[in-house]
Design a protein around this ligand. Structure first.
Ligand code: KG4
Ligand code: ZN
Length: 327
């Protein structure tokens, strides 16, 4: 079965063709048109501008991804969560294609796409890990710990109470005068810095739950740079990054131990962070947990993960996109 995946929930217009077979899936084509340069001058994503860009980019991106392939069996599209302006463009394009090609479509949850994205890697086979697994999904809008009992069977066991981890990276980077998106620029600024220089807060560490909070960290960095105008950028960046990585790793491994789970997935935009990957690698080794991080080429928003979610949803009865072409 060949599936087209379409993603347009934030600032990437991304379309992929994924072949699905019993022994694994293969990403045939993936084209992503990023709007990062457009939003950089505003320091964050402007929804109205994003919607207009998706409108311009959707057809060329679909054309580039399908090339001369004409044997698509199913189209999967992000139905949410995300910016309404972008989602409308992706869903409308999908409905038009499904009607024109007379094939079914399925609407999928963007977060389920991230949650399954480590399976896109050619090296990962379902036999490499066992369920239940825990997924740490860390993006610009979410910080979720999910108990994955099986494909399609998810239980949210913890989440951020305020800002997402990626949002914390973005906002702290902005305070430090670094460019958007803040995750990559903050970790670059942290190189050579002392991560123990400033003891920024690890909120909710003493709580026996799996929830997070990052808004206090943001405030703490703001006061630190106000009180110390001659601050050392590398030290502040390294210490702020350490505060985020430390609490994410601490709560995540605690959840694996508390629920006796032996597989950990890591995905979402922040999963590209080298410090986080290394910390979880070390913790998983220490606690005998199989660590399956998403390949860096699929951590950001992309159409391949939406195709993957569509493949796994196909056997399930519901789709929240109405219309005669829905499956
Ligand atoms: O999953 P994603 O591409 O979009 C959303 O669904 O939000 O995640 C984007 C987020 C941004 O906040 C960005 O700063 C963060 O992922 N990010 C990183 C890194 N690369 C991207 N955060 C930390 N370290 C990185 N290397
Ligand atoms: Zn995302």
């Amino acid at each position: 079965m060949r599936i087209l995946g379409i993603e347009s929930s934030c600032d990437e217009t991304s379309v992929a063709v994924v072949d699905c077979a019993p022994d694994g899936h293969k990403v045939i084509n993936l084209h992503t048109n990023s709007q990062i340069m457009t939003h950089q001058e505003y320091g964050g994503v402007v929804p109205e501008v994003a919607g207009r860009k998706h409108c311009l980019n959707i057809v060329p991106t679909i054309k580039a991804a399908i090339d001369d392939l004409n044997d698509i069996d199913l189209i999967a599209v992000t139905r949410g969560p995300g910016l309404a302006q972008g989602l409308t463009v992706g869903v409308s394009a999908t409905k038009s294609l499904a009607l024109a090609w007379d094939i079914p479509l399925i609407g999928v949850n963007h977060m389920e796409g991230h949650l399954l994205s480590q399976l896109l890697s050619d090296e990962i086979r379902p036999s490499d890990f066992e369920f239940p697994a825990i997924s740490l999904t860390v993006s610009g809008g979410h910080t979720d710990l999910v108990l994955v009992k099986d494909f399609g069977q998810y239980e949210l066991i913890g989440r951020t109470k305020d800002d997402a981890a990626g949002e914390a990276f973005d906002k702290i980077a902005k305070m430090l005068g670094l460019t958007y998106p803040g995750g990559p620029s903050l970790s670059k600024a942290a190189i050579g810095g002392d991560s123990a220089a400033i003891d920024f807060p690890r909120a909710m560490r003493q709580y026996k739950n799996f929830d997070f909070s990052f808004s206090g960290l943001k405030t703490s960095v703001l006061y630190y740079i106000k009180d110390n105008p001659d601050y050392n950028l590398a030290d502040v960046a390294a210490s702020a990054q350490e505060a985020i990585v430390d609490i994410l790793a601490f709560k995540t491994i605690n959840s694996c131990n508390a629920l006796d789970v032996k597989t950990l997935f890591l995905n979402g935009g922040v999963a590209a962070n080298e410090e986080l990957r290394q910390r979880l690698t070390d913790k998983c080794l220490e606690h005998e947990v199989t660590f399956i991080p998403c390949d860096k080429k699929y951590t950001g928003d992309n159409g391949a993960m939406i195709a993957m979610a569509g493949i796994h949803r196909r056997g399930f009865p519901h789709s929240e996109i109405s219309g005669s072409k829905s499956v």
